[in-house]
Design a protein around this ligand. Structure first.
Ligand SMILES: [Zn+2]
Length: 66
């Protein structure tokens, strides 16, 4: 009983650390300019390198960063 509670707490703690670490590393990359914010040429809103088209208006993402 007690050990299962401890296990759950430990897993939650690990999860929080993992997510926190991901967020911190993403912020560090962003600060170093490794992640560039790509702005859609059509609608001007920020989109992502992960998508070939704008999430907002569907226009093709500018490819000058590749
Ligand atoms: Zn767009």
């Amino acid at each position: 009983m007690l050990s299962s509670v401890l296990l759950r707490d430990a897993l939650e703690l690990l999860f929080v650390i993992a997510v926190g670490g991901m967020v911190v590393s993403a912020i560090r990359k962003l600060r170093r300019g490794e992640i560039k914010v790509i702005r859609c040429e059509e609608c001007g809103r920020p989109t992502s390198n992960a998508y070939p088209i704008c999430k907002h208006c569907g226009a093709p993402r500018p490819t000058d960063s590749v």
